[in-house]
Write a protein that binds this ligand. Structure first.
Ligand code: PLP
Length: 516
């Protein structure tokens, strides 16, 4: 049975006999990727992960009507409001939530400015309060959670557990600190994030925050956090507390990211580069597959997205998967200069697998169990075809990342960070092999000042002193200014010093919940 048939039959079972096109308006549009368990948008946002360990998806995402052209003509905040009301129905006054999330909090009124660089365009996603692209989503998520608590009548405190490879942690802390009714707990890999990222997290103020380093890599943190979620999916870990997630497994994290694909497209129209309807290719530095999946969602809403090029660093598990259909995490893990993409278990891929398998939750569940137990899975030829219709992939070695920074700065005067450099390298490789002729938008996920040592090295300089001296050094070398949210960290006191073994995450959670 096809996905659409299943949606139809579900409607007729409940006696409503509604046409498929109005299914998106059903009271519980979301379901798990691993079973038919359903949820409303506010429930899905509050829970984070579905009770069966799956991720929440809207099976009818591509069958609703969305006025793309009308949306593109609006202001950035109006576009956000329109897209989020469509993707997350049932939140009531999305206007107020969007205003509170973004108004006056980003350095640019465009939110995510589009900058011409050589023949391509760079979409700068890092002008939010923590200078991270994660801010786009994590300014919005606390607004959605707070509204969802009211809508569902939730009395318990919501405690957010977050595993971070660097940027999510700080952006989540910034979004959730001192938000009434919530607490926030962040786990990051000990010595596995940049000095600046570490300083950002360890200086976080707020009465409801906990920050903890874990002796392990990001995947260890994420796996442990997911296990804690599964254990307390239907029960309170301590009385009066419910757990939730701010990782991109939360649909309330993913949906706001769809917006910047529209903003880039609207900007290309405004700059006279394209007319409405022409395809635009996007090259996306991704690890957990959230950043790029948001682009695929934009395409399902009807945005004329051409190809989505998945850019990986030396941890090339996604490149291999997208070219062969075999996902295999049994490989060496590399610590690279683009640490936010040092990921071997790519959570959001599960959502794409659901659509590629035509909504076959048993197949998705099988693959996820196989990944957990055996370390790999292989999707069907049909599913791979479905995925390759929209996605290309390219990876970039450490040496290529650094030479890309040097080349880009030398040839264009634009200074990318290490993650953006991975994508710029992928964009050039993509141009050589698959010339579609469409404009190429390269997503830029971090300021170069966040990774000053690597960027200085790429430019042939010897980094001097601590991260803050290096920021100043990079300013001198490049003639650019460091964002104040980064350079100002120097004067802040370190407030957190917990370091634990990865086996102790669950205990740490239980012991810490009470004080948040
Ligand atoms: C999070 C992050 C990414 C990757 O985002 P995904 O959600 O893994 O797709 C890329 N670059 C930076 C700087 C990030 O913080």
């Amino acid at each position: 049975m096809s996905l659409l048939d299943r949606i139809k039959s579900r409607s007729s079972v409940s006696g409503e006999n509604v046409p498929a096109s109005s299914v998106t308006a059903s009271p519980a549009p979301f379901q798990s990727t691993r079973s038919e368990v359903r949820a409303t948008a506010p429930e899905a946002v509050l829970r984070g992960l579905a009770p069966d360990g799956g991720l929440y998806v809207d099976p009818a995402i591509s069958s609703g009507c969305f006025d793309v052209q009308g949306c593109l003509a609006l202001s950035p905040l109006e576009q956000a409001e329109k897209i989020l009301s469509h993707l997350l129905p049932g939140f009531g006054n999305m206007h107020a939530l969007v205003q509170r999330a973004y108004d006056g909090r980003f350095a640019s009124p465009e939110l995510t400015p589009l900058v011409p660089v050589g023949d391509d365009y760079v979409l700068e996603l890092f002008h939010g309060p923590t200078a991270a692209f994660k801010d786009v989503a994590l300014c919005m998520l606390p607004q959605l959670m707070t509204a969802a608590r009211t809508i569902t009548g939730m009395r318990d405190k919501t405690v957010i557990l977050t595993a971070t490879s660097g940027d999510t942690g700080k952006a989540a802390l910034e979004g959730f600190h001192d938000v009434p009714g919530t607490g926030i707990m962040v786990f990051f890999p000990y010595q596995g994030v940049s000095a600046v990222q570490e300083a950002q997290m360890l200086t976080q103020e707020g009465a409801n925050v906990a920050v903890c380093a874990v002796k392990g890599n990001f995947d260890d943190c994420q796996t442990a956090v997911k296990q804690v979620f599964s254990r307390y999916a239907d029960s309170a870990p301590i009385p009066g507390v419910r757990l939730s997630s701010a990782n991109s497994i939360n649909i309330g994290r993913l949906a706001p990211q769809v917006v910047y694909y529209f903003l880039a497209y609207a900007s290309l129209i405004k700059q006279g580069r394209i007319r409405y309807g022409e395809a635009v290719d996007y090259v996306v530095p991704t690890g957990n597959f959230g950043d790029i999946l948001a682009g695929w969602y934009a395409k399902q809403l009807g945005l004329p997205v051409g190809r989505l090029v998945c850019a990986s660093n030396a941890n090339r598990v996604l490149t291999d998967f997208l070219t062969t259909g075999v996902y295999d995490r049994r490989r060496e893990f590399y610590k690279t200069s683009s640490p936010s993409m040092d990921i071997l278990v790519s959570s959001n891929l599960e959502r794409l697998l659901f659509y590629a398998a035509d909504g076959d939750t048993a197949a998705v569940k099988n693959d996820m169990l196989r990944l957990q137990n055996s370390g790999y899975y292989k999707i069907s030829a049909k599913a791979l075809d479905f995925i390759q219709k929209d996605f290309s992939a390219c990876c970039c070695s450490e040496a290529e990342t650094l030479s890309e920074i040097r080349r880009c700065f030398g040839e264009t005067g634009y200074l990318p960070d290490t993650h953006t450099a991975v994508a710029l390298h992928a964009a050039r490789a993509y141009r050589k092999t698959e010339r579609s002729g469409a404009p190429v938008v390269v997503l830029s996920t971090a300021s170069p000042f966040k990774f000053p040592a690597a960027v200085l090295t790429a430019l042939g300089e010897v980094p001097e002193g601590d991260a803050f001296s290096q920021m100043a050094q990079l300013s001198r070398v490049s003639g650019l200014e460091a964002p104040v949210s980064l350079s100002g960290l120097q004067d802040k006191a370190y407030l957190h010093n917990d370091v634990i073994e990865k086996a102790d995450i669950a205990d740490y959670v239980l012991n810490t919940l009470g004080r948040l």
